[in-house]
Structures are given as structure tokens and as C-alpha cells.
Design a binder for this molecule. Structure first.
Ligand SMILES: Cc1ncc(COP(=O)(O)O)c(C=O)c1O
Length: 395
């Protein structure tokens, strides 16, 4: 099997599994228990909090453990909205290509009377700081712009956007789920007030993440109960997964330069190989993208058929065209960057990591080429294009 869907999830690393197992075997007490065994668990929890804080330039008191990226995104937005409401500010700025954890929460806030402004995304998949600056109003209470897009991998000018928000005294949140462990993050120098991270995107366990909230930002609880996480997120902490997350994030940050050099070389080889397929296009800026992200559209193809045939060849990939609800609508991300519906339907996302090899990349290029050619050969639409009855959209 060739695994090329690391944006969906990553394989847990051996060191993260070991950290998890060691915790389950040796420190399985409840961190809230007062006896020594419980306090040993609490010490480990705090150590993990410090490790994670160090990886993103935060203070450990600013890290809140959550069940993953979705929960962190929800809590960040709902908290910022509550702060805004107190000051009579009900305008929120975001982008059209955020993850649904953001977009659906914004819809919920809209139903509660907030005005949501989604910035258009340029064809290169990058939001400009000027767009954000121009959209900010007196009554803006939050700007939320993702660090890196989960489908097309484009990386946003976070530091500059944060600088503008800081100058205009508007809270700035970034969904860094795809960036953490893959790109350098420093919440101080990058002017970030709130940030979401998910462990399973950097070889940690699923169902664990963090919300970073700068000191002094009052959070609104999504889950009521015990006093865990300074009373802001009830529920006994998932210590084994938290320890795995800290281990995985530290490994990812310590090895980022070496890993990215290797992944970048593979990515460039993959992009060059796929670009040779006629009537195809790379989605998002060629350079300003996550090291492991390759996103293409192929004209005359249904992404789902492409994925199934690649699966037959042992390749795990993803398509942007079917959203998680099972709908066959094309991806909102590809539509946001201006891809026509027909083209957006033929998308393929390959996300590689440091465990992939050059031989695997060769195999992916060959397999995608064969499958695209086969699918086109049985497509009536394609025959119309070849015969000149219909225009080609991509050159
Ligand atoms: C950009 C982005 N935000 C949020 C999430 C949700 O994270 P989780 O699966 O940990 O809830 C994902 C997951 O794919 C993502 O890619």
C-alpha cells in the first residue's frame, strides 16, 4: 500500500505510541486525584502542556487540551463571539475556504445575529493581508483565517494578518490543524491570539488537540462539568493521547527542517510528473504551499472514480469533490479559488510525508496517468471534447 493521504490523518509514530503505552501502563491515575499516584499523572499532563507550549512559542498556561481541531475551532469562535457581544461588536471576518469546523460554527453564529463576512480567495489560494485590513470595521470582533488550507495546501500570510488585527485591536484566530508540526509556528512573533491544533495530523493520536488562547482571553465553555483545564473544558483529560501528542509535536518540530527537505523534493517530483498529464492543473500556488501537498484537477474525470481505481492499485489518496456529508457537490475550496464545477469534480489530493519514497512517487505518477487515460477513454463527455463538439477548459 502507498499511503498518500496524510492531510486526512497520519500514522502514529513509534515514539508517540511508546509515550501512550508508557502512560497507560505507568501513569494511568486521574490527574485530578489528590494522592501521589494521581499527582504523578498531573505532573505528566503539565509536562506535556509545557512541551506543546514550547513548540509554538506560548506559555503553558495558555494551552487548553481538547478532543481535536474541530472542538478547538468551535471553542475559539464561540469565545470570541461572546467577547464581541459584550462590547456590542457582532462582525466576524473569515474566508470562503475554511474547514467546515469553522464555516459551520460561523453559520451558527450568523443565526444568533452575527454578521459573517467571508473573504474571496484569489486563484492562487492565498488571502492577502490587505483584504483583511480593508474588511475590518469598528464592530469587528474576530478575524479567523486558516494557517494552511487542508485541500490545496496553500499557506496564508499569518504574521502579517495578525499584525493588522493587533494594530486594529481585533482578536485573531487561526486554524493551524494542517500547519502544526509541518511549518514553524510562533504565536508571539506571528501575532496570533488563538490557534487550533489536532494531534493526528502530525503522527499523534486521533481525538486530541489543543486550543491556544493568549493570556487574558476569556474562554466560553462548550462542555460543562469538572474543573479541568482551568474550568474551561470539563472532562477527565485523555492523558495517554496528550502525552503522545506532546511527543509527536516535539519530534515534528525538532525534525522539521530535515523532514521538509525530503518531502519537498518528493512533492516537486510528483507535481512535475502529474503536470505532464494533458488537460490538468495544479490547484493553489506552486511554492507557497504545505511541503507535502499536491492537489490537481483533471478535466473530464470524476474524482471518485479516480480514487476507487487508485485504491485498486493500492494507492490511498483523497478527492476534494465529495464533502464529508456524503454529498457529491464539488469542494467549496476548489469553487472558492474559481475552478468551474466541471473541473472541480475531477480533483485529486495527494499528501505525502517523510515516510514516502521516490519509488512510491514514480508509482503514483504512473498509476494516476494510466487511470486518467482509462477514465477519459470511457467518457462520452471526453469523446465530445476530442471530436470538437465541446470546448476544452484546461489546456
Ligand atoms: C484545517 C482543518 N481544521 C480542522 C480539522 C478538524 O480536526 P479534527 O479532525 O481533529 O477535529 C481538520 C481535519 O481534517 C482540518 O484539516
Amino acid at each position: 500500500m502507498i499511503y498518500a493521504d496524510n492531510a486526512a490523518t497520519t500514522k502514529m509514530s513509534r515514539s508517540a505510541i511508546n509515550a501512550m503505552l508508557s502512560c497507560m501502563e505507568n501513569f494511568w491515575g486521574n490527574p485530578s486525584s489528590l494522592y501521589d499516584f494521581g499527582q504523578k499523572a498531573a505532573e505528566n499532563l503539565n509536562r506535556a502542556r509545557e512541551i506543546i507550549a514550547n513548540c509554538i512559542g506560548a506559555n503553558s498556561s495558555e494551552i487548553y487540551f481538547t478532543s481535536g481541531g474541530s472542538e478547538a475551532d468551535n471553542q475559539a469562535l464561540i469565545s470570541a463571539a461572546a467577547i464581541g457581544e459584550k462590547h456590542g461588536k457582532r462582525h466576524i471576518i473569515s474566508t470562503a475556504f475554511e474547514h467546515h469546523a469553522i464555516l459551520h460554527t460561523l453559520k451558527k453564529l450568523e443565526r444568533k445575529g452575527f454578521e459573517i463576512e467571508l473573504l474571496d480567495v484569489h486563484e492562487d489560494g492565498i488571502i492577502s493581508p490587505q483584504q483583511v485590513g480593508e474588511a475590518i470595521r469598528e464592530d469587528t470582533c474576530l478575524v479567523t483565517v486558516m494557517f494552511a488550507n487542508n485541500e490545496i495546501g496553500t499557506v496564508q500570510p499569518i504574521e502579517e494578518i495578525g499584525k493588522i488585527c493587533r494594530a486594529k485591536k481585533v482578536l485573531f484566530h487561526t486554524d493551524a490543524v494542517q500547519a502544526a508540526g509541518h511549518l514553524p509556528i510562533n504565536v508571539q512573533t506571528q501575532n496570533i491570539d488563538m490557534l487550533s491544533i489536532s494531534a493526528h495530523k502530525f503522527h499523534g493520536a486521533k481525538g486530541t488537540g489543543i486550543l491556544y488562547a493568549r493570556k487574558g482571553i476569556p474562554l466560553t465553555n462548550l462542555i460543562e462539568g469538572g474543573a479541568q483545564e482551568k474550568g474551561k473544558r470539563a472532562g477527565t483529560e485523555n492523558l495517554p493521547a496528550v502525552m503522545a501528542m506532546a511527543t509527536a509535536l516535539k519530534d515534528a518540530c525538532d525534525n522539521m527542517t530535515d523532514n521538509n527537505a525530503k518531502i519537498l523534493a518528493l512533492r516537486e517530483k510528483l507535481i512535475d510528473g502529474l503536470a505532464k498529464i494533458p488537460h490538468s492543473t495544479l490547484n493553489g500556488d506552486r511554492n507557497n504551499r504545505l511541503p507535502g501537498n499536491v492537489s490537481f484537477c483533471f478535466e473530464g474525470i470524476e474524482g471518485e472514480s479516480l480514487l476507487l481505481l487508485l485504491d485498486d492499485k493500492g494507492i490511498c489518496a483523497s478527492s476534494g469533490s465529495a464533502c464529508t456529508s456524503g454529498s457529491l457537490d464539488p469542494s467549496h475550496v476548489l469553487l472558492a479559488i474559481g475552478r468551474p464545477h466541471e473541473i472541480a469534480h475531477g480533483s485529486l489530493r495527494l499528501t505525502i510525508d517523510e515516510n514516502n519514497t521516490a519509488e512510491e512517487i514514480d508509482c503514483i505518477i504512473k498509476s494516476v496517468g494510466e487511470v486518467v487515460e482509462y477514465l477519459r477513454s470511457i467518457s462520452p463527455l471526453w469523446k465530445d471534447k476530442i471530436s470538437g463538439k465541446r470546448e476544452f477548459i484546461l489546456s
